[in-house]
Ligand binder design. Sequence first.
Ligand code: CA
Length: 230
Amino acid sequence: MSRKTLDLSEALSGYLQQVQPELSDIERRMLEETAQLPGAGMQIAPEQASLLSVLAASIGAVHTLEVGVFTGLSTLAVARALPAHGRVVAMDIDAATTERARAYWEAAGVADRIELHIAPALETLDGLLAAGKQDRFDFAFIDADKRNYWHYFERCLALLRPGGLIAVDNVLWHGKVADKNENDATTAAIRDFNARLREDTRVLHAVVPVGDGLTLAVKRPTSSTTRDAQ
Ligand code: CA
């Protein structure tokens, strides 16, 4: 499951939570209530939420994308790091879990920074591209159906400004990516995503073993820049 970083002992995981930024009452409630839901493992770990906040703040993000909302912890983490006029364009297909998310965002006072689209994310992303929003976004977080990861990544990359950052969750997929006996379509899709990204000269990337594995990719200033030129 992805609610704690892989391969940390229970003791060290507990200590990590003690030294992380303190959770707000809303975040604590999100974690407790979401843990009771089917699909609870889809929630990001608290240490990932703090990391997303820091990443968004560190690049001065104002306009961001989120592909896959679930009950809204990652959306809240990014929204709270934005200036008051900042916006998260959040995408999900689940009306029930996002209704919970909306309630949490309201309670946390960030709902006015979040524009939620209940539709297949590829449609929403294609709509933004058709509306000429290329190079307009600063940050994107991708955490939805893994078989579409590459399609989401391509569209988010086009929508990001040079220097913008994409974070992609579950790239270590509970360790299944490293097990040759695991060849289901989702595991294969994540392996394919990881392999393609490694060869992609349009971004600088790092695969960070936090939570279930988080890839960070920065859009290079020009697509013609090569890795060797750095
Ligand atoms: Ca995830």
